[in-house]
Design a protein around this ligand. Sequence first.
Ligand SMILES: Nc1ncnc2c1ncn2[C@@H]1O[C@H](COP(=O)(O)OP(=O)(O)OP(=O)(O)O)[C@@H](O)[C@H]1O
Ligand SMILES: [Mg+2]
Length: 392
Amino acid sequence: MDPVINPYRPGAGRRPPLLAGREPLLAGFDIIRRRAEQFGEGDRSWVLNGLRGVGKTALLNELLGQVSGHGWITAKVEAGASAPLPMALSQALIRGLRTATGRHPEPGLRRLLGVFKAFSVKIDPTGALTLGVDVEAIRGVADSGRFAEDLTALFDVLGETARDLSVGVLLLIDELQEATLDELTALNMAVHHHGQADTPLPLAFVGAGLPSLPAQLAEATSYAERLYDYRPIGLLDQQASRDALIVPAKQREIEWTPQGLAAATAAGGGYPYFLQAIGKHVWDNARRSPITLDDVDIGLADARREVDDGLYRSRWERATRAQRDLLRAVGRIGGAEPAAVADVAKLMGKPRTSDISVARNELIKKGLLYAPERGLLAFTVPGMHDFIDRQP
Ligand SMILES: Nc1ncnc2c1ncn2[C@@H]1O[C@H](COP(=O)(O)OP(=O)(O)OP(=O)(O)O)[C@@H](O)[C@H]1O
Ligand SMILES: [Mg+2]
């Protein structure tokens, strides 16, 4: 069928045609938004944690979309991408404040802009970051040069300003597992302080990252376990998987046969990235509506190839021979579930678990494995064990 109107979007961070199965989470966020706007009150910050390709970035973008039509002050950052977190946050806030100055009367923003100017100058003394607004820096509030303190003070001024304007602030950090321990500590301290007011300011922070993120946050400060509202982002259930495939097609007046849909859903295994790839290739290979089981069989092969090449193979090829042996053993023992390190070592014929710790640590550093709990290992990408099984 016409690839020009193909609705499916496999890839990274691409907005899916339908954000299937995430309605409860979005409804929860809508309550946060309305409380902020109506009562000037903030809620607990969120952490979205989940495997690669389950839709964390898509969700962050959706949250951004929900508030940006409402005049909120927003900033979205990716940790570890290029700049240190304070710098990246500063840059993103500059964009957010620029938008805000176009939306809100300037007197309401003056104090925030002044405090932010001093904050950003401290972070980047070369002045590469500029607000583009003529404002006097307000010194002594968020410019100590200690990120934790300054971030805390900045959160206050951001929240106060938003409350006065009857909007909220939304700060999003993606790939938060890449932040340094110091950065995570600073963030925890600022979020902690923010939550202690009698009426917390209407500032919402949402961090997203791999399943290891909650443990990393807790390692930074032990109270992090209670600080955040952790929202694990998992695979889609049957109904959501079906919706992800049929709703976008229906919008273009294309139907799926029940057999075709059942086969595609089963193959997708609830994995959002794979479902998008299946949808895309099945569509491109199908001749006409309704999409049949034959169309699915043909499209599925292409989808599998795309996902193998785009996701699994590069990871597999980054592993050394010894690391591959370990990956294979983790897959044999755990499959899609975590495997006990002790069992993995035994299967590999190693007397002690410490015998595999070098390979284990390297694979964690490369982002192929993570430790969901002490003594366990699991893949960061759903379906990796299947791919490994298919390797010679
Ligand atoms: N709820 C959903 N329903 C249907 N498709 C989705 C859903 N969420 C995400 N997708 C699709 O899945 C793919 C991966 O999404 P995304 O990049 O947001 O995942 P991620 O969790 O951020 O991955 P990573 O950890 O690699 O950054 C994209 O093609 C996106 O369009
Ligand atoms: Mg992402």
